[in-house]
Design a protein around this ligand. Sequence first.
Ligand SMILES: *Cc1c(COP(=O)(O)O)cnc(C)c1O
Length: 463
Amino acid sequence: MSDLRELPSVDQLLQTRTAAELVAGYGRGLTLRAIRETLAQVRIEFQAGGTIPQGTLLLERVRMRLESWLAPTLMAVINATGVVLHTNLGRAPLSREAVRAVQVVGGGYSTLEFDLPKGSRGSRSVHAEALLKLLTGAEAALVVNNNAAAVLLALSALAKGKRVVIARNQLVEIGGGFRVPDVMRQSGAKLVEVGTTNRVHLRDYEDALDGQPAAVVMRAHSSNFRIIGFTSEPEFKDIVQTAHGRGAVVLDDLGSGTFLDTARFGLAHEPTIQEAMEAGADLICFSGDKLLGGPQAGIVVGKAELVAKIKKHPLARAVRADKLCLSALSATLTHYLRDEAEREIPVWQMIGYTPEALRARALRWVEETGHGEVLSGESTVGGGSLPEETLPTYLYALAVRQPGKFLARLRKTNPPIIARIQEDRVVFDPRTVLPDQEGAFLVGLKNVLNEFKSQLNHDRSAT
Ligand SMILES: *Cc1c(COP(=O)(O)O)cnc(C)c1O
């Protein structure tokens, strides 16, 4: 019956009230494009035996196309996984002050490169870099886009065409395609591997350095794995001494890097920035958004002469930090200087929650929803730090018939809730559900529970 001639023209569609609404909401250009693409698709469908959408249905399809084009892809989610530094979920949430700083600096003009007293051009190094010197006692500091860039830049500036010595147990892949040996090669350095996968001795370093001089001895923190069993490794300060005695610079890629001792929170000890300084490393690189708890950034601290050389390298301009990063990082560093990191930085707040506090929250969720039970479980720090280490927690657990479907439905709430499955149950870890999001979390959860009422397994429920 139907015929392509029934299909309205673009102009006819544009004259409708619905189209006028779409133009008001999405702009004329985009609406026109959506109309043309929808009409083209309907023609293809018709040729394949489909029918022509009647009445308002055609413009409904235009609306859906516009909505899907502009739906945000980068949006807030609720992290109920218990992984504190979840790389896929954006690693560290910023502190309130860091967010405020980003808002103020990003929403207007700033002193990014302006010297107020002089009224003339200033340097972006006076912001976070000055705070880093104050905090670490290092002679100089540099902030770039991320830690991968920091390592690449440092090696490019100091070791291009020269030998860089690294132990075989440190030739690691961090994830997301970052492999220490590849980055080293990319910088133009000549990789000199010493020791074996499990055992590295001081004399391995001595042999490598005595044969031919090297520009750099590098240490890369084995952030995301652990070698156990028949292993050995020299003390870092002895490696530093060996390197210095033979004219090599020591570059320490700490990966996460932390100013606070993780052992105080019942975790294994993660090497601190202070320890790397004390051991005599010439340059220390670490991330801004791992245990530091700030924005994505790569931080280099160390000897003034070396940092100056790095800053002069052409790559430095290509990977420099922007004003949003510098404002958030400065605010984050200020928390450490004021000795209030545990109270103000979300990553440390979350690591520091006591099991009792977490249990009380999980129990409240049982009470609020009238479903589920509380189980003991484990949270992890994540983000390429503290492999195999866990923090004791309490989980809110739901026995549902189709846990995978339940998880998928949770991801459609606003904001989406990201949970996990453990022993066939859907579990939620209160540790990483930010206090500000708890209200929205419970609303979303209750909605999904309502839809899945018939699927809940009441016999295992604690209520
Ligand atoms: C995480 C990590 C990096 C990369 O840091 P980004 O800030 O993610 O670029 C480099 N080296 C080590 C040892 C790491 O753990």
